[in-house]
Design a binder for this molecule. Sequence first.
Ligand code: GRF
Length: 220
Amino acid sequence: MPEGDDMKVAVLASGSGSNLQALLDACRPPEPAQIALVASNVPGAGALERARRAEVPTWVIADPTDGAAIVAKLREARIDLIVLAGYLKLVPAEVVSAFDGRMVNIHPALLPSFGGKGMYGMRVHQAVLASGATVSGPTVHLVNAEYDRGPILAQWPVPVLPGDTPEQLRDRVLAVEHQLLPAVVLAAAHAGRPVRLTPGGVSFSPSPKPTIPSMTAEPS
Ligand code: GRF
């Protein structure tokens, strides 16, 4: 990414795209980040509709296994950072290596627990509730070859409340995702690369009201 340029971000999403919306709302001037492409493997995905409304270029991924085509499209759009925001297909190894250290994913539980193959959507929240855990919360991590195992960039604890249904827990975690993911992307744009965020002060306690702005990028 040339110095002084905005970080160009591609968002890959398969679903409604509420996290994409949070990014579209946050990545505006004067922030040095721009959502430059939204891609989906699902032609009718809500995420594509949100992108169109924001006048952001969209792309339907015809073959999610065709890594060369995906890399070519991302290079053509001069993408600096890929964000997986509810993207339900395996990202081909070719793309992972072309964007090594420049691709992040958001997961709706505190990794390394409740992650891995088959752990997506409501299954995650059901597993958290079945385990008896009293804390959950989103994780943003770098993507590497292993599902949900790349280095963690940011997490925020969210309480599991007595009598929670999976839907209630999902909604409480999702509200925090909408703050945590933009915080990570904006910090990456300011630093020129993804950085780890750590909670500042003593405010790091399970809370339905996160104070994400108190998170700071770790000095490197
Ligand atoms: C989020 O819970 C995210 O953590 C997971 O997929 C969901 C996407 O939701 N990876 P949305 O499409 O952003 O609303």
